[in-house]
Design a protein around this ligand. Structure first.
Ligand code: ADP
Ligand code: MG
Length: 699
């Protein structure tokens, strides 16, 4: 049960004056709130990114060009423009030092006469511009009388905005939300607070929203740091609670003699790399232990994670259990099944694919096979978590290329089996702080080495003006039977435009290469995509024009050229993922980055990094440096998904402390029932990490 004192923060934002359904919709986008209404509390975590300083009061004559100033003036006279002319409306005002014109376009005369009455004193604040030696202020931001001026904050927070929302509306809503902030119990340790010079939670919030000094909104300031720490602590508490719950309900040791593994190894056309062997050994250790496995396998694109997963799954199958493997897209799920099926057959393992597109009869047969235990391995998308799918004995869940495997997903998995072991695979070299953020104390295995014989991919950047040279190059490549991916530009916000671009490129290439070219894009049905991939794999087509659907995981090991059009629009992580579609065999591969100039600084830096670095780990480091952590996780928005205040670059150092703090707290009070425990429950609700509370005995 949510503590009633939090009710005001959980009230719908539309209960605030000035926020109707239209504004709420804009706020949803701005605050990143999906799937529920915007709450009063959400507004409080929308922090200003800068300030406008109105403290300067130099007098009219002393107001510097272009500066924001506040002036105390006497209104002298109004000069309305003749209705026929486009000239602005002007109000002349003065102080002891000189005269200024206040300038208005499309002015409403009656309103201006009321706001700036002749003969009275007013305070105006805005930007001063000097025009032919005379100062002007165009559309002052504030025009108030003595009384209102006393209330006016001279330092004004500026918030991240969205089109259509007025800063004043947002400002007012946040102020109203602050007024509703209840007095909350302190959940941090007093000594810790004193050591860091942090203030109370509510004081910290008030200070950032009502800054009295530019440093009050600095992310490194004690105020913001306190809030970021609270957010980390909430997340670490939730993860630790789920983890200890998982450990408590755990207890299935899956002991395999390795017979199935041996059969798979014998059927593999290659030797495992040392990294693969080590990761498999780590996993076997976890599976044999009576605790639940929660392991992340990190390996660069092409490192060979699939086979590691397969051998893990074979282990639990041999011990009598079942495994599920979840891919981010249906295309990848199908590819996974195709990759593992021959090996499963060799080992006598029954694998099946379940997607949303399965026909009812087919689906029923699969569900029956799962319940009876006839099917050993089920491959699908993340929908396997949700749908009404019952396993006879689900022992292992493999989650491929999914960076977020948080509290929510873990709880969903709880319902699918007893003590299900979890293996997450990712090509994204997630920095340690982020592993902690998303997975808590998940174990990590790395595949540091690529399979033997792989050559570094040669990467070149070429201006789009030289498109015809590139096409000529492809003609030569095709005569020597090479295979080419052609990735079409990423179009933010519109997959329709993205599709059009791909179709156009497909049409032009088809004129040159005829039936050797094919197209694959996200709007195609799964079967169509599949057929296009299979034709390419089998060599019936040799150039595959694609939208970014091929971004992760697609494996055609003899494709060795990739052209990425408008490479300047992609992030580093994405470019590296795309490039990883080639260089998967023992032939020399090439990546051509086609860009449209002129390039901005960041785009230039990205292309240079791509040309010079082949290693995903180093690229991720550069990425973090260039873009911040959002990009690392493949998201386009800035900031950490799921985190509203904490920023890794500034607050990352607090994460370890929060983690240690969370462990200590739960060691002393595992059910959060003491006074501090009760306060911490409030914290969990405030940051939306309360799902974990359900796991507590006294919850
Ligand atoms: P990723 O780690 O990107 O998921 P995959 O598992 O798709 O990589 O493997 C990439 C390619 O490398 C596949 O064609 C796979 O069969 C092959 N492969 C995997 N392990 C090895 C190995 N030890 N030696 C040679 N090829 C391998
Ligand atoms: Mg993969």
């Amino acid at each position: 049960m949510r503590p009633p004192l939090l009710d005001p923060l959980f009230a719908e934002a539309t209960t605030l004056t000035g926020i109707g359904p239209k504004v709420e919709k804009l706020l949803k986008g701005l605050l990143g709130v999906n799937e529920r209404e915007v709450r009063v509390g959400d507004l409080l975590f929308h922090l200003p990114h800068s300030i406008i300083d109105r403290r300067r009061q130099p007098g009219i004559a002393g107001a510097p060009e272009g500066a924001i100033v506040t002036l105390k003036v006497l209104i002298d006279h109004h000069q309305a423009a003749p209705t026929s002319s486009r000239a602005p409306y002007k109000v002349y005002a003065n102080d002891d030092t000189g005269e200024i014109q206040l300038v208005f376009f499309h002015a409403r005369r009656d309103w201006l006469e009321k706001t700036l009455p002749v003969g009275e004193t007013r305070y105006v604040s805005g930007k001063v511009e000097w025009f032919n030696g005379r100062p002007q202020m165009i559309h002052p931001d504030h025009m108030v009388d003595e009384e209102a001026f006393a209330e006016m904050p001279l330092i004004e927070p500026v918030y991240p905005m969205t089109a259509g929302l007025s800063p004043k509306t947002l400002q007012k809503a946040i102020t109203a939300a602050l007024d509703l902030l209840p007095v909350l119990p302190e959940w941090l340790d007093e000594a810790h607070l004193a050591r860091e010079h942090w203030s109370d939670f509510d004081e910290a919030l008030r200070t950032v929203h009502r800054p009295e000094d530019p440093k009050d909104i600095d992310p490194a300031s004690p105020n913001v740091a306190r809030l970021a720490y609270d957010e980390y602590l909430a997340s670490q508490l939730a993860l630790t609670m789920v983890r200890s719950h998982m450990r408590k309900t755990a207890g299935v040791a899956r002991q395999a003699s390795g017979a199935l593994k041996a059969k798979i190894l014998a059927a593999l056309p290659f030797e495992l790399t040392p990294g693969q062997t080590q990761a498999i050994a780590d996993i076997e250790g976890d599976l044999a232990a009576p605790t639940r496995m929660l392991r992340l396998v990190q390996g660069d694109v092409g490192a060979g994670k699939t086979v590691v997963a397969l051998i893990a799954m074979a282990g639990v199958v041999e011990a009598g259990g079942q495994a599920a493997m979840m891919a981010p897209t249906e295309l990848l799920a199908r590819q996974h099944l195709r990759a593992i099926d021959p090996l499963c057959e060799a080992a006598g393992i029954k694998a099946a694919l379940l997607t949303g597109k399965a026909k009812p009869a087919e689906r029923r047969a699969i569900l029956e096979g799962l319940e009876s235990g006839e099917i050993d391995i089920l491959v699908g998308t993340h929908a396997l978590f949700q749908a009404g799918i019952e396993f006879k004995d689900l022992a292992l869940a493999v989650v491929d290329e999914q960076h977020r495997f948080g509290v929510h997903q873990r709880l969903a998995l709880q319902s699918k089996g007893h003590g299900v072991d979890v293996l997450v695979m990712t090509a994204t070299p997630i920095p340690r702080t982020l592993v902690l953020t998303y997975f808590g104390d998940m174990e990590v295995s790395q595949l540091p080495d690529k399979p033997a014989g792989r050559l570094p991919i040669e990467t070149r950047s070429i201006s789009l003006d030289r498109l015809s040279d590139v096409v000529d190059g492809l003609k030569r490549a095709l005569t020597s039977k090479q295979k080419v991916y052609w990735v079409c530009p990423l179009v933010e916000e519109s997959d329709v435009i993205e599709l059009t671009a791909a179709e156009e490129r497909y049409a032009t290439l088809k004129q040159v290469f005829g039936d050797q070219v094919n197209l694959v894009h996200g709007r195609m049905s799964a079967a169509e995509k599949d057929a296009a991939m299979q034709d390419f794999k089998d060599g019936r087509t040799r150039i595959l024009v694609a939208t970014t659907v091929i971004e992760v995981g697609v494996d055609v090991s003899d494709a060795n050229i990739i052209v990425i059009e408008h490479a300047e629009r992609f992030g580093l992580a994405q470019l590296h993922q795309l490039r990883g579609r080639v260089g998967r065999g023992d032939k020399q591969s090439t990546c051509l980055l086609l860009y449209k100039g002129p390039l901005g600084e960041t785009a230039k830096a990205r292309l240079t990094i791509m040309r010079e670095i082949n290693d995903g780990f180093l690229i991720a480091e550069e990425d973090l440096r260039l873009r911040g952590e959002g990009e690392i996780l493949g998201t386009r928005q800035s900031g950490l998904p799921g985190f509203r205040i904490a920023q890794i670059e500034t607050h990352g150092g607090l994460m370890e402390t929060a983690r240690a703090d969370a462990r200590l707290i739960l060691a002393n009070d595992p059910d959060l029932i003491g006074p501090r425990g009760q306060a911490l429950r409030v914290l969990l609700y405030i940051f939306g990490r309360d799902e974990a509370i359900r796991l507590l005995r006294a919850g």
